[in-house]
Design a protein around this ligand. Sequence first.
Ligand code: GDP
Ligand code: GDP
Length: 436
Amino acid sequence: MAKPVVAIVGRPNVGKSTIFNRIVGERVSIVEDTPGVTRDRLYSSAGWLNHEFNIIDTGGIELDDEDQILRQVREQAELAIDEANVIIFMVDAKTGLTPADEEIARILYKTKKPVVVAVNKVDNPKQRDAIYDFYALGFGEPVPISGAHGTGLGDLLDKVAESFPEQEEEEYDDDVIRIAVIGRPNVGKSSLVNALLGEERVIVSDVAGTTRDAIDTLLERDGQSFVLIDTAGMRKRGKVYEKTEKYSVLRAMKAIERCDVVLMVLNAEEGIREQDKRIAGYAHEAGRGMIIVVNKWDAITKDERTHTMFTRQIRDHFQFIDYAPILFVSAKTKQRMHTILPKVQEVAEQHALRIPTHVLNDLLMDAVTLNPPPTYKGRRLKIKYGTQVSVKPPTFVLFVNDPELMHFSYERYLINKIREAFPYQGTPIRIFIRQK
Ligand code: GDP
Ligand code: GDP
């Protein structure tokens, strides 16, 4: 189920990124070794009371000409209108209402989406009167906040959450495998999608989705249904922000959220780029299944070592997704294209695999006997028992005498032991440690 999306708009320096960071807060990264993923100010998951949502700081999407501030904020506001369910329109109590604020307001009038005005930098209660100016924007009662002190955020998020849309029905049956095709421009995503749809044994029913931004295609192969979420296909008409790299990342992230399995497409001719890592890191944190697809395999000169070298390079760059199988394909010559959907099906099964509790506990006890936890300050970690609490991705809780005694490297050892017995190909595994 897609979470609601909240976008923050406002001219530069009103405090968008300060508030973004406050709202995102200490979202603990599930893996410490995924660089830059959770700290990015662009897009993040967040929570308030029992609401889960995603938040975009449109100020993080910078457009080409930096000095054209008005054009920037205009584009950023349009992006918010296109992408968000609720918009936080941020203004600055210290400067009061400015022409740039009015310009943004004019753009936001065009949308029916809820807009909440947040007046930032109300650092003490005496300054609350500053909000009255901003009634003139025409979006109802402004909410005073302070990024510096963190005050008012509760009221702001209450108001935002009131406007969240009703939770939509899940669009597809539970047994349909949803696939997101992700990658930088030009790696061959569209070509891959077309080649998959053109495969003989695939039956394409129809193209769904008019309310969504993505183009979803339903297909069936050997009795298994799939939905292809095509990020290359979902282009808006002539928006400037479309050409920016950050926006394409944003799009990829939205598709990742709706899928079970990510096809991370790389271009054999170009190798691996920083952006690939960010997207892969996001898919990993979101707990999706993952397959790395190296496309354009026809286009490079190969000898008997090329395959091994490529594999090693990928493993070096993507250490945090060492579980992801790698396929070398060509959308152009159709080489190995027929292996993609069966692999997706395999990964989807692993992603949803449950280990019986007694098998898990036998496995844990064997692992501990083989390699007992080291002592820390004279005390030793004791694992009482473990249980699998969920799937997609497989998630385990281990009950121990004292969670402080669990060392990162020992946790990794246990995950490796689980993977030795149950390879969990293509899926991340999560472990939570609790006191018992
Ligand atoms: P953005 O350009 O809208 O993302 O704004 P920033 O978050 O970068 O903030 C711009 C400046 O305003 C920075 O110097 C912040 O430290 C400052 N700032 C942000 N929030 C507050 C606040 O609540 N009170 C005060 N006094 N300053 C703030
Ligand atoms: P997208 O932007 O990721 O959707 O990439 P496209 O599918 O539009 O492909 C970008 C370019 O790469 C096009 O010129 C394609 O013809 C070319 N291309 C795609 N797949 C292959 C492939 O397997 N081999 C070769 N040689 N070219 C390919």
